[in-house]
Design a protein around this ligand. Structure first.
Ligand SMILES: [Zn+2]
Ligand SMILES: [Zn+2]
Length: 340
């Protein structure tokens, strides 16, 4: 698979070294915590920012940009793009190419860039330092640097998205000194926050950023590990759900549900999962406010086809219309319907 013709025309080596520098800094800067020390209210700040990063991954990069599970306006889309880039996990275009085009169609098979069936270290971090995705016989299947050139044709009329995707690594790396400067401002002018510049940098930027990186890398392993989690659907891969994973991965923690119905805006399925699905709640709130529309949910037919024996269906699905009645289905894919 080649990158889109409507490419970003970036210097691949510059992108590569910028992205690797970002990963290294993400794991080194948190060590400054030994210099700053610890305060409980700093931890609260850190957890709030971390949650924003989790939304940047699960809701923005994954559900909106990669799977296009709902629509929104240009201003909101740009805002979601900024939150997505702030999570330090690459750009929306890169994520889409890697996740939606490479990972999903080949999950846990030949050509999956980061499956644990090819080794735990490979799935966690090793794959990011390889030049090619290779087959089990060593054949070069995809050149990973092509990801940097990819521009999602769905955003062809959005130059602002092209700009932030083209410069995402510069933006991400420059945000490190920027946060220290903001910390100096906060220390000087907002003393009520009770935090100095260095601690601001560590708890508002460095630690949330490291957790964000760790979250993305660990879901490659735990979301597809045969020995962890549970399954609701008989998908043709090793994907697993984990309610505990919601802390690090957001709604992508129900990875088996997601692999079975990847274009659904709602990743949780059972009542227990839905109770903590904050990402979907945000989509519903956006819909109520007129900021989201065409919110996709799986059809009853799709759910019935793959649900595993003994899995308790939530009431909402039983109230769905007749599975063969696709009259109100405005999506191109009959497996997905508009939310009721
Ligand atoms: Zn997956
Ligand atoms: Zn996905």
């Amino acid at each position: 698979m080649a990158a889109s013709d409507w490419g970003l025309n970036v210097n691949e080596n510059w992108q590569y070294y910028n992205s690797r520098a970002g990963i290294a800094l993400s794991f080194l800067f948190p060590l400054l915590v030994f210099k700053t020390g610890f305060e409980w209210h700093w931890l609260v700040y850190c957890l709030v920012i971390h949650r924003v990063h989790v939304f940047g991954h699960s809701l923005c990069l994954h559900t909106y940009f990669s799977h296009k599970a709902f629509k929104t306006n240009r201003i909101m889309q740009f805002f979601l793009g900024i939150i997505a880039i702030g999570s330090h996990l690459g750009s929306p275009f890169q994520y889409t190419f890697l996740h939606q085009q490479l990972h999903h169609p080949r999950a846990d098979k030949e050509g999956d860039p980061h499956s644990p069936v090819h080794g735990l270290w490979h799935a966690f971090l090793g794959w990011r330092f390889k030049e090619y995705v290779t087959s089990s016989t060593g054949q070069q299947l995809f050149r990973l640097k092509d990801i940097y050139q990819y521009a999602d044709p769905a955003f062809k009329n959005c130059p602002e998205m092209r700009f932030i995707c083209k410069h995402c690594f510069e933006i991400q790396n420059l945000s490190f000194p920027a946060f220290y400067l903001i910390g100096m401002f906060v220390e000087a002018y907002i003393p009520q926050m009770g935090i100095n510049a260095l601690a601001f940098f560590v708890y508002f930027k460095a630690i949330p950023c490291a957790l964000s990186q760790f979250g993305l890398l660990s879901i490659n392993v735990m979301g597809h590990a045969k020995w962890y989690g549970y399954r609701n659907f008989s998908s043709d891969d090793n994907s697993r759900n984990s309610n505990l994973g919601f802390f690090l991965w957001g709604s992508t923690c129900w990875h088996n549900n997601h692999h079975y119905m990847p274009n659904s805006a709602k990743t949780s399925f059972t009542t227990r999962e839905t109770l903590i699905d904050v990402d979907y709640l945000i989509v519903l709130m956006m819909e109520k406010m007129g900021l989201a529309w065409d919110v996709k949910l799986p059809s009853q037919k799709l759910v019935d086809k793959g649900i595993m024996e003994g899995v308790k269906r939530p009431p909402r699905y039983r109230k769905d219309k007749d599975p063969d009645d696709d009259e109100d289905d405005i999506s191109d894919n009959p497996d997905y319907k508009m939310a009721a």
